[in-house]
Write a protein that binds this ligand. Structure first.
Ligand SMILES: Nc1ncnc2c1ncn2[C@@H]1O[C@H](COP(=O)(O)OP(=O)(O)O)[C@@H](O)[C@H]1O
Ligand SMILES: [Mg+2]
Length: 229
């Protein structure tokens, strides 16, 4: 679904993502794990087009999207949940979700969205700012799914969320993947969540993928070593 090749991203003269190559298959969940400052958010932001890529190719279902603007990438089937969630705290839950519809033809929230997140249905009229961290993360994911994407990019969804809710989130995301046939790329520092959710784990170090392993054959100690300071 998503194929990234010879990909470089820079802030001015300072290159942060170097010669990256990886693929995300249909219905696959890939976790990109790495410590703070390794380039996870830069990679995600460049894939959604918030910051430009410097060189290389990004194919979404075979189509090169690397020259497209963010809204065009969303129209093409890519969706993004930023680190820190960035929901609109004074807007209601429903209004927050509706902002996810702005770049697609659909003007109504898809029926199945509230089925995926029953708590959001209950809280439809509440202000986003009054939700718990875990609920806000569900809201941010629901907003991204409103455009009915093929590929979801999730940047550190577990940040600031308590462990019991983190486990629930992994379960919810896998269920959604199965229900709607979604491919998910998630960045993480919490290894237990990555192991819970991912079919494949990529380790990012200083803007390069240094390890790429299927979940079932993963060497947990090795990955934990990359994540420890
Ligand atoms: N706007 C920016 N301008 C210049 N450098 C940046 C900017 N944002 C991030 N960086 C640098 O890029 C590197 C990767 O950061 P980031 O992608 O946020 O990592 P992560 O998400 O893995 O914590 C860091 O060295 C960081 O200082
Ligand atoms: Mg980050």
């Amino acid at each position: 679904m998503l194929a990234v090749s010879d990909y470089h991203v820079a802030y001015g003269q300072s290159e942060v993502i170097h010669n990256m190559n990886f693929e995300l298959k249909k219905n696959e969940i890939v976790a990109v794990v790495g410590r703070n400052g390794m380039g996870k958010s830069t990679l995600m932001k460049s894939l959604i087009g918030v910051i430009p890529g410097k060189s290389g190719k990004v194919l979404l279902d075979g189509r090169d999207i690397s020259g497209l603007k963010s809204f065009q990438r969303v129209e093409s089937g890519l969706a993004y949940v930023p680190q820190g969630r960035m929901i609109f705290s004074t807007m209601t839950v429903k209004e927050n979700i509706e902002t996810g519809l702005t770049t697609v033809k659909e003007k109504k929230i898809p029926e199945n969205l509230y089925e995926m997140f029953p708590v959001l249905k209950e809280m439809k009229s509440r202000r986003g700012g009054n939700l718990s961290g875990g609920q806000q993360q569900q809201l941010a994911i629901a907003r991204a799914l409103a455009s009915q994407p093929d590929v979801l990019l999730l940047d550190e969804p577990t940040e600031g969320i308590q462990p019991s809710i983190i486990r629930e989130m992994a379960q919810t995301l896998k269920t959604i993947r199965d229900q709607i046939g979604l491919s998910i790329m998630v960045s993480e520092q919490v290894l237990s969540f990555a192991l819970d959710i991912a079919d494949r784990i990529l380790v990012i170090e200083k803007g390069e993928i240094v390890h790429n392993a299927l979940r079932e054959s993963v060497d947990e100690k090795k990955i934990a070593a990359y994540l420890s300071v």
